[in-house]
Design a protein around this ligand. Structure first.
Ligand code: ZN
Length: 158
């Protein structure tokens, strides 16, 4: 395996240049070389980092600053703004952990959604009730003003 130090990606040994950044200065990949594991959103990146650290894999998270998207990263992943780097020697283990986490995240939203819906529904109900109360107050004010006006008229004998 070769390694592109410019965009920190492992490159197939048969390649003459990096498929990401077209860099031609490739060298043999060393186990301690940091390589791009994944792009992730901040939430997933944080989860993945703690999983990796539990497994004894050091991990760097950096904001995505350049337009490179690694050919190894999963294009179906969530919209992402973080790059996660792991040592090349731990890449396979890290990919397994990342795949496991992705499955868990894919399975999770169903339960989170119903959890999140309830406060939203309650807020909507509360807003509806307060609008109705507000309208009733206005109607009460209008009708009572009318009643007071009629009473004054009757006093004055109109
Ligand atoms: Zn490159």
């Amino acid at each position: 395996m070769l390694y592109c130090a410019r965009c920190r990606t492992p490159v197939d040994s048969s390649a003459r240049r990096c498929p990401n950044c077209k860099n031609t200065k490739l060298r043999a990949a060393a186990p301690e070389d940091s390589v791009l594991l994944h792009r992730a959103d901040a939430y997933a990146a944080g989860l993945l980092e703690s999983r990796l650290l539990e497994a004894g894999i050091s991990c760097q998270i950096e904001p995505v600053s350049q337009g490179y998207s690694a050919h190894l990263s999963d294009p179906t992943a969530l919209p992402t703004d973080r790059n996660l780097y792991v040592p090349f020697g731990s890449l396979e283990a890290a990919q397994a952990i990342s795949a496991q986490l992705k499955q868990e995240l894919d399975a999770a939203p169903a339960s989170e959604e119903t959890e999140a819906e309830r406060p939203g529904f309650r807020r909507l109900l509360l807003e509806t009730v307060s609008v109705v109360v507000f309208l009733l107050l206005i109607m009460a004010a209008v009708f009572s003003a009318d009643a007071v006006a009629n009473w004054i008229r009757s006093l004055l004998g109109f």
